[in-house]
Structure formats: structure tokens, C-alpha cells
Design a protein around this ligand. Structure first.
Ligand code: IPE
Ligand code: IPE
Ligand code: MG
Length: 244
């Protein structure tokens, strides 16, 4: 696995929040905000590839988002299906590998097929892994991992749980960004964000552009990640920090 440039997080995770408010401010339907959110994601993926970020994980639809009005939920499902068909060829050209993380059991057979196809079509790409958390909840992930270990009669340890979770194929996020001004996790990456640096932006997701991403990365570059150690230990070459 090649490394990212200095000061650039290997793995960025994003709660893409604020689509609804973006639309409301323009007297547009919420779905127009979600459509603009897809544009913003395309721009963000390109920017991450250009900066040498290796993993980008985005929260696209939460376990709790099913509780939204029915027309918004079906609109979001349709948007996802269409975006896949439209975006996969370009993503593939850009070296992006798509992975979907979340509970597929309650998705339609058509949607499950579309996710599998997109994953298969991009499986060999190596520049950036794009994890799309779709019908995902951090609690669901921990519970399903524990249940699958129990069903196999395997011991439940930190490392076996980690290996049975949806994000086992990538290291934990270094930087976790939430746009839209709220300062909460909303059931995202509860396990994997244990030592992520948190960054909250007031920008609504459709307005989160390259400059905003660069601000977040610059903020991250100035952090001291101690992983439970002291500053003095980190400064001593003999004792490198324990990394996730
Ligand atoms: C985030 O934007 C996208 C999804 C949850 C699918 P929202 O739709 O939550 O936007 P706000 O928070 O209502 O502005
Ligand atoms: C989190 O945003 C989920 C996604 C971005 C997909 P929400 O808008 O659902 O979060 P809450 O309801 O404000 O906590
Ligand atoms: Mg929201």
C-alpha cells in the first residue's frame, strides 16, 4: 500500500449533511439538495484523488433515514441508482474503487445488484477506495459483527470484531468531517472513529468545495495525535505513537 503525501490524511470520512437546508434556502424541494449533494461528492472525490488521499468514506444514507417522508426515501434510492450508472465509468477511469458498507438485506434486489455491479466493475482500481455507507449505522455494524462471530463460535475480541465489521478492508479514519453545522456523530463509524480527528464545518454539503476540504486538511495537519501517550513521548524518536 503506497503512502499519502505528508500532512495529508490517509483516510477521510465525511458526514455529508445539509442537503435539505441547501434546497430549502433556495425554495427548492429537498431532493434538489440531494442532487446537488451528488455533484459535491463528485468534486470531493476528484479533490481527494488529486491530493493523494487513499481512502474516502462517506455517509450517504443512515439506518435512521428510513424514517424520513416516503417520497424523500424513494427519491434518495432512485438518485443512488442513477448516480451509479452515470458515475461508475468516470470513477473507474480515475482509479477509484467503490465499496458499499451497510445492511443490504433490506434493499431492493435491483439496488443490491447495482451495488454489486459497481463494486465488481471497480474492484481492481487502486488510487482511492471510496466507501459509501448506505443503509449504514455504527450500532448495526457492531451488532452484526458480534452476531457473525457468535454464529461461528469465535471469541469476541477487539481484533476479531474489527475484522468482522464493514470497514475491515481499510485502516480507521484519520480525519472525520461533518458538514452542515451539527456537532454530532449520528450513528456513523462508532467503532472506527475512536481516534479520528474531528472537524466540523458550518458549510452545507453542496457548498463544501475544494477550498473547504483544504481548510479541513490544513486543520488536521496541525493536530497532535497522541493515541493516549504524552507529547514528550511522541517527540522522542524511540517511542513512536501507537497507530490505529
Ligand atoms: C444529508 O442531508 C443527506 C442525507 C441524510 C441523505 P440532509 O437531508 O440531512 O440535510 P439537512 O440536514 O436536512 O439540511
Ligand atoms: C446523518 O445526517 C446521515 C447522513 C448524512 C447520511 P442526518 O441528517 O440523518 O443526521 P441527524 O438526523 O441530523 O442527526
Ligand atoms: Mg441532516
Amino acid at each position: 500500500m503506497s503512502t499519502e503525501p505528508a500532512g495529508i490524511p490517509h483516510h477521510i470520512a465525511i458526514v455529508m449533511d445539509g442537503n435539505g437546508r441547501w434546497a430549502k434556502r433556495r425554495f427548492m424541494p429537498r431532493l434538489a439538495g440531494h442532487r446537488q449533494g451528488v455533484e459535491s461528492l463528485r468534486r470531493c472525490v476528484r479533490a481527494c484523488v488529486a491530493r493523494g488521499v487513499r481512502v474516502l468514506t462517506v455517509f450517504a444514507f443512515s439506518s435512521e433515514n428510513w424514517n424520513r417522508p416516503q417520497d424523500e426515501v424513494s427519491g434518495l434510492m432512485e438518485l443512488m441508482g442513477k448516480a451509479l450508472v452515470r458515475e461508475v465509468p468516470q470513477l473507474s477511469q480515475d482509479g477509484v474503487r467503490l465499496c458499499f458498507v451497510g445492511d443490504r438485506a433490506s434493499l431492493s434486489a435491483g439496488m443490491r445488484g447495482a451495488l454489486e455491479q459497481a463494486e465488481a466493475a471497480t474492484a481492481a482500481n487502486q488510487r482511492l477506495t471510496l466507501n459509501v455507507c448506505f443503509n449504514y449505522g455504527g450500532r448495526w455494524d457492531i451488532a452484526q459483527a458480534a452476531a457473525s462471530l457468535a454464529a461461528r463460535g469465535e471469541p469476541i475480541t477487539e481484533s476479531s470484531l474489527h475484522g468482522a465489521m464493514g470497514m475491515a478492508h481499510v485502516p480507521d479514519p484519520d480525519l472525520l468531517i461533518r458538514t452542515g453545522g451539527e456537532k454530532r456523530i449520528s450513528n456513523f463509524l462508532l467503532w472506527q472513529a475512536a481516534y479520528s480527528e474531528l472537524y466540523f464545518s458550518d458549510r452545507l454539503w453542496p457548498d463544501f468545495d475544494e477550498a473547504a476540504l483544504d481548510e479541513a486538511i490544513a486543520d488536521y495537519a496541525g493536530r497532535e495525535r497522541r493515541f493516549g501517550q504524552t507529547s514528550e513521548q511522541l517527540q522522542s524518536a524511540q517511542q513512536p505513537p501507537l497507530r490505529a
